[in-house]
Design a protein. Structure first.
Length: 146
């Protein structure tokens, strides 16, 4: 059984991306630059093309991951909007419309019991996401976020 999720252990790594794809693409870029420097000027077009394609692949991987995280944020926003309507007073739901995406994403970890007070505190103090997460007493885990 997994340990309870807390602020200290809530960050997740995607092993395939963080420990395989990204390091290999970065190594590919370094190797292509090194190879170009060592063998310049022979086949200069091929070497420059290799560097360009290495950068393209690295950017592609980063943008793909960024898109997946944005979709997850949109799902979280919808989930939290429904949760706010179920748990918060109407006037607090209306006031919560000014919360930033990062704040709402952080508030998803708050238990139902402490959500109202934490939303109020976030609205009044303008808490950043890190402070919101640190203020949570009863952590509601999210184990499926990548």
């Amino acid at each position: 059984m997994a340990a309870p999720q807390t602020y200290a252990n809530h960050r997740r790594f995607d092993p395939a991306f963080h420990f395989f794809i990204a390091p290999l693409l970065l190594a590919n870029l370094v190797i292509s630059i090194t190879n170009t420097i060592r063998q310049w000027p022979s086949q200069e077009f091929l070497h420059i093309w290799w560097i360009v394609m290495s950068v393209v692949l690295l950017v592609l991987a980063g943008r793909s991951r960024d898109r997946a995280l944005k979709v997850q944020d949109r799902v979280i926003l919808l989930e939290e909007k429904l949760r706010y309507q179920r748990l918060l007073p109407v006037e607090l739901v209306e006031r919560s419309a000014v919360l930033q995406v990062r704040q709402i994403v952080a508030l998803r970890f708050a238990s139902d019991a402490e959500l109202s007070a934490l939303v109020l505190r976030t609205l009044s103090e303008g808490l950043p996401s890190k402070a919101i997460k640190q203020a949570i007493q009863q952590w509601k885990p999210d184990r499926i976020r990548v």
